[in-house]
Design a protein around this ligand. Structure first.
Ligand code: FEO
Length: 391
């Protein structure tokens, strides 16, 4: 394979992984993914930015078959899908220095056992001259590890953003199309970035000081419409939640399902947008995406032994990890003879700084009185949402 030109002497070395279906043994990849390295050739020095997952190292080296000399390997992030091929790169290019920040150096030494002598540390804002090309390193910690940074190629106004602005999307197209990339980007943001919203907000402000014409992430296509990309990230990370409830539920014998259906109907009648997610076939990414802009989370669960259904507990735990911006939460469900569902769910969501609204836990098949409680909960959710914008 030949490197693909982005601008003069700047190339994409994208390794697509079309049939990968799970990332980190956790995250579904309905559209595969890619590991993108980039090559910047100055008149004096050549830099390779990031590498590829070691499982796909052969494809990265195929791109590099005519590349006799690499002076710098820029490591933006120590996670192995970008750094994992660096040991092999250093075997082929033993003179190359791994350029990164001190935290990333520490993590690369820990995770890949790279020797300290292979590194060149750079500070936030420091530049590296390649000859006619200037790399500026910008620290962006916690997107999504503590060592993450990005690089701005000044002459080309090109931001190499690593995971930031990425998408798990295997594609043969160099550049992104808004209508094709928006959903995979949202899925990626929801799964990877959402827990670090406050950091992302600060980094978006910092990067707004740069005149950026291209964003080249290390997953998915390169972005030319940088305003659109910044705008959707601001919407996801910074904007107030929307008038929207996520109702994530599972039912065993239909009683919880009756409560869920009543709640969804009443919310929709009251003008609250609802995303109803059956946890029977859980797609973690779908749950995460639904949570990006929701104001309200409702967990619907039957009682199993004395606690929530394990799939409902998992969804609550997942929401807690992802730290969405929801302001309100509730629990509805049915039990056979007793239980402590509410206490168990509450114990799973300490990170959600959300107000608990009027849980409805009923015995057996819901009665009209039980359904009236659901109506009250729906009215309360609608009232709490009345000043929020529609999704
Ligand atoms: Fe794509 Fe955090 O690695």
């Amino acid at each position: 394979m030949k490197p693909v030109k982005i601008t003069e002497n700047v190339y994409s070395l994208r390794v697509n992984h079309f049939n990968r279906r799970l990332f980190d043994s956790l995250i579904p990849l309905p559209q595969g993914t890619s590991y993108n390295a980039y090559l910047v050739k100055g008149s004096e020095k050549t830099a390779l930015l990031d590498s590829a997952d070691p499982e796909k190292a052969a494809e990265l080296f195929d791109y590099l078959q005519d590349e006799k000399k690499i002076d710098y390997i820029i490591a933006h992030h120590a996670e192995q899908d970008h750094s994992g091929s660096i040991p092999l790169l250093l075997e082929k290019y033993p003179q190359a220095k791994v350029v990164t920040n001190p935290k990333c150096k520490e993590l690369l030494m820990t995770h890949l056992h790279l020797p300290a002598g292979k590194f060149m540390e750079v500070k936030d804002g420091e530049t590296l001259q390649l000859g006619g090309r200037t790399l500026e390193f910008i620290y962006t910690p916690w997107v999504h590890w503590p060592e993450t940074m990005v690089t701005f190629l000044r002459e080309d106004k090109l931001l190499f953003s690593c995971d930031f602005f990425g998408s798990h999307l295997a594609s043969g197209e160099l550049f992104s199309e808004e209508h094709l990339v928006c959903e995979p980007m949202k899925r990626y943001y929801a799964e990877i970035m959402m827990p670090f919203r406050s950091n992302i907000k600060g980094h978006l402000e910092k990067l707004s000081n740069y005149d950026i014409s291209f964003i080249a992430p290390s997953h998915g296509p390169v972005h030319r419409n940088t305003k659109f990309i910044f705008d959707i990230y601001r919407d996801w990370a910074v904007s107030e939640p929307r008038k929207k409830a996520v109702v994530a539920y599972i039912s065993m014998h239909g009683s919880t399902y009756m409560l869920v259906n009543r709640l969804v109907s009443r919310l929709q009648e009251a003008g609250v947008s609802v995303e109803k997610l059956n946890l029977d076939h859980l797609d973690e990414g779908r749950v995460a995406m639904a949570l990006v802009d929701a104001s309200t989370i409702v967990i619907g669960t039957p009682t199993v032994l004395t606690g929530p259904h394990p799939k409902a507990a998992y969804a609550a735990y997942l929401a807690n990890l992802l730290r969405p911006k929801a302001k309100f939460v509730s629990v509805i469900g049915s039990f056979g003879w007793g239980g402590r569902v509410l206490e168990a769910i509450a114990g799973l969501i300490p990170n959600l700084k959300a107000e608990l609204l009027k849980p409805v836990i009923v015995k057996g098949m819901p009665t009209e009185a039980d359904l009236a409680q659901i109506d009250e909960l729906a009215a309360l959710i609608a009232e709490k949402n009345k000043d929020l914008a529609a999704p």
